[in-house]
Design a protein around this ligand. Sequence first.
Ligand code: AGP
Length: 637
Amino acid sequence: MCGIIGYVGDQSALDVALNGLRRLEYRGYDSSGVAVVGAGALRTARRAGKLANLEKLLSEGPEMNPMPGTTGMGHTRWATHGGPTDVNAHPHTDCTGAIAVIHNGIIENFAALRAELEGVGHELASETDTEVVAHLLEIELAGAEAGVVPEQPVAPPRAAAGAHPLTGALRRVCRRLEGAFTLVVLHRDYPEVVVGARRNSPLVVGLGQGEAFLASDVSAFIAHTREALEIGQDQVVEARRDGVTVTDFDGEIVEGRRYHVDWDASAAEKGGYPYFMLKEINEQPTALADTLRGRLSADGAIVLDEERLSAQDFRDVDKVFIVACGTAYHAGLIAKYAVEHWTRLPCEVEMASEFRYRDPVLDRSTLVIAISQSGETLDTLMAVKHAREQKARVLAICNTNGSTIPRESDAVLYTRCGPEVGVASTKTFLGQVAACLLVGLYLAQVRGVLYGDEVAAYVERLQRTPELVERTLARLEPMRELARSLAGAKAVLFLGRHVGYPVALEGALKLKELAYMHAEGFPAGELKHGPIALIEPGLPVLVIVPSPRGRANLHGKIVSNIQEVRARGARTIVIAEDGDVAVEPYADHLIRVPATASLFAPLVTTLPLQVFACELALARGLDVDQPRNLAKSVTVE
Ligand code: AGP
């Protein structure tokens, strides 16, 4: 939810932190702050609002280099405890001003810890949960009984890696914390280290030459190094110029998994587009092609990226649950149609935030498919953990190598969409839909429900869809014009049937989050059971029309639904495949998409809706990359 960067090396820590924050700002943009240790001092600066406010503050300072030093950290915040004010912005410091802490997540027992600290004389300045960590570290480092503020600075560091006093103190503090956290801490007297810890919240290490980085995701340090190290659950990392040491919360040294990041800094830049979202919409043909590339082995079998389950485990599956949030949930709803059609297994799709609270019936023959772009969404991660506790098998569909959800899963299929920076998911939705279709085919193949040649034919057809995506994107200028003309609309409805229904939900979500407009997606057949009362003259209604070659009667039914809303004054915007003439008399605006297989249709019908929401939001003067109140990765429940 928040973005974190920590650095130790020989570059200006302030420059590294600010550059990292520019790339992390999509994770949260309520406030930002930096801390640097150098010249015997710990200096901090923080400001409410976007990063530009902090940069302005730093540039207004009297000194050329307001924060000298080569050890430091930066934070960009999505507020949880305490509003987005200067005082609540991170870093937070202890009573002595020697320790600085940044944090992502929620410390659930912070109220008790705060009361304990205040009870022994600590003064906490902010309303945040984070600040308690700085004060707990103060106590731990003093080696004193709770409440005794140290008169002397802490003892000099010991030589052994992982045995640094700051590392040990953080381990002890972490053992007292409940909830989810990534923490990075600095100490005025220890410029040789930056120390981090994680539980249920992301932290990855960048390994450079004579320098190391701690960050929420690799985009923060990709301009410096592409060598990364995963940090596991309940682990502490001590980063020094000459390397890093990872321990668990009890101090046992653990091996992290190293990996090479297969994209570079340019992939995370705007590349000439005014907004990341526009770039990412246009990257969809490539993102889809990359996700689908090389998925059939020489003997015609679909290959996953990581498989810690046997073919027999998949054959034993008798029920599928899909868990995900937001856009990823919509991809899951589409997957249900494919999984049930191809495998004949019952499949339920569940919002991850609800899953574990309703006691779903799970056992070792249940397959849970978790879909997440970031691989860090806490609701989804908790659903995965719950599923595994109940002995279910978990297959992850994820876009972020090295993230937590794939690590906690039994099998993984990566969407290879590259970094997605715009808060609204676009290219990764297409990647998720394609990955879901592959998983459906994989299950059908391994269970023997579809023949190998049938699976191969589907995959080959799927691999031709990037070209259809490209053709669709090239024809969307009329959609842009229409969106601009509707900038003053009060609300928009989206209707669909079959796989067009989740597409309608996705279109409505895009419009809500980007244009701050009331938007709803409905199954077109459900309209007459209530929502049709919303129709009033001039209300824009977008309808995603299934192929006339698809499910029997479905096309005819939705044509009737279009007539029903039009008869009540709605302005109909119809998305229909090439050659579908039956819709023409009822469409006030007709947007054509290329024909494809019914189950693949979302890969093209979603595109006009993305463009519609983006263009309408821009016409309203809004920032489509950083919509209000949102953040890209939601690492709190
Ligand atoms: C939609 O545009 C959002 N980005 C959001 O709904 C997102 O899909 C959701 O928060 C899940 O994120 P994840 O894929 O990283 O788990």
